[in-house]
Design a protein around this ligand. Structure first.
Ligand SMILES: NC(=O)CC[C@H](N)C(=O)O
Length: 303
């Protein structure tokens, strides 16, 4: 497969759509980013990486981090997380509160904000410093020691974090947090603020295409856990658009309001696309179009 040629064709198809989306502004520091950015990277299972456009420019990973924090908790050998978070699509926006009350403080899945807060809480218990553990993990898996936090974004999230704080307090009232709310939301904001490029994210997500193995053949996750993460990405990774995304693209994927989407072709490669303009559900417009075109051109989907 001529990966570079495919990526160039995908970029030519999707880049004209960048202005159709709207850059997230509910976290004011995210609004600084130009809507014209577009990058896409592909890391094959041998670790070779290909890319087009702004594929080496760091951006705010936001909720793409949720796939990695779940992986890190499962890599610690912790299955108890599944008693505290479900694995059903929510059908509601990523920061919605409505289901939590009648579902007794158990979030529908780990990829909406409520679920990710529970995962962060567990990671905090397991490591004593959830955000540093995540940063170290992402540096290691991407092979890029220069990855860091964006202090301005983390601060901006905290300044406008009432909704996440409300989710965390509400879950705490049901006894579904182990650590104090201020500490859980602080680590969650720092994790979301991590800056990575498409190259970094495609490389770091390689273990999900390799059934849990790192590029050097060592095992990060049980194959069963890699399968489970991919399954939850497919059904819940793009929030209340997961059905539409599976219909169009047919790959496990995790999006973030920074405009990044990581998608997995199990047994073949990991993709990351970035374009900051979002649709109404918080997914990158040009990013989803790029992945749609990629699976059309290659015929590679999980179906
Ligand atoms: N969907 C997202 O990327 C949301 C992440 C963002 N940090 C928030 O908590 O609102």
């Amino acid at each position: 497969m001529d990966y570079q040629g495919v990526l160039e064709e995908v970029a030519a198809h999707a880049k004209p759509l960048v202005r159709q989306g709207k850059v997230a502004d509910y976290i004011p520091a995210l609004e600084r980013v130009s809507p014209d950015r577009f990058g896409i990277a592909l890391a094959d299972i041998n670790g070779d990486v290909y890319g087009v456009g702004d594929w080496e420019v760091p951006f705010s990973v936001q909720s793409v981090s949720k796939a990695f924090s779940l992986a890190l908790v499962l890599a610690e050998g912790d299955q108890s997380i599944w008693e505290r978070v479900g694995r059903e699509p929510s059908g509601t926006p990523f920061n919605s509160l409505v289901q939590l009350e009648w579902e007794h403080g158990i979030p529908r899945n780990p990829f909406i904000n409520a679920g990710a807060l529970v995962v962060t809480d567990r990671l905090q218990t397991l490591t004593g410093d959830a955000s540093t553990a995540m940063l170290d993990f992402l540096r290691e898996e991407s092979g890029n020691p220069d990855i860091g936090f964006d202090r301005a974004v983390a601060g901006s999230e905290a300044d406008h974090g009432d909704r996440n704080a409300a989710l965390a307090h509400f879950m705490a009232s049901f006894g579904n947090l182990e650590n104090p709310v201020p500490s859980v939301i602080e680590h969650y904001f720092w994790q979301c603020s991590i800056e990575m490029s498409c190259r970094d994210l495609a490389t770091a997500g390689g273990f999900l295409a390799r059934h849990g193995l790192r590029a050097d053949g060592s095992r990060l996750l049980a194959a069963r856990d890699a399968k489970r993460i991919n399954a939850v990405m497919l059904t819940c990774g793009t929030y209340d658009a997961a059905g539409e995304f599976a219909y169009r693209v047919g790959l496990p994927a995790k999006s973030g309001v920074g405009g990044g989407i990581v998608a997995i072709v199990p047994g073949r490669c990991t993709l990351c696309v970035w374009s900051p303009g979002l649709d109404a559900r918080g997914n990158s417009v040009a990013g989803a179009a790029a992945l749609d075109h990629f699976t059309t051109l290659t015929g590679w989907s999980v179906f």
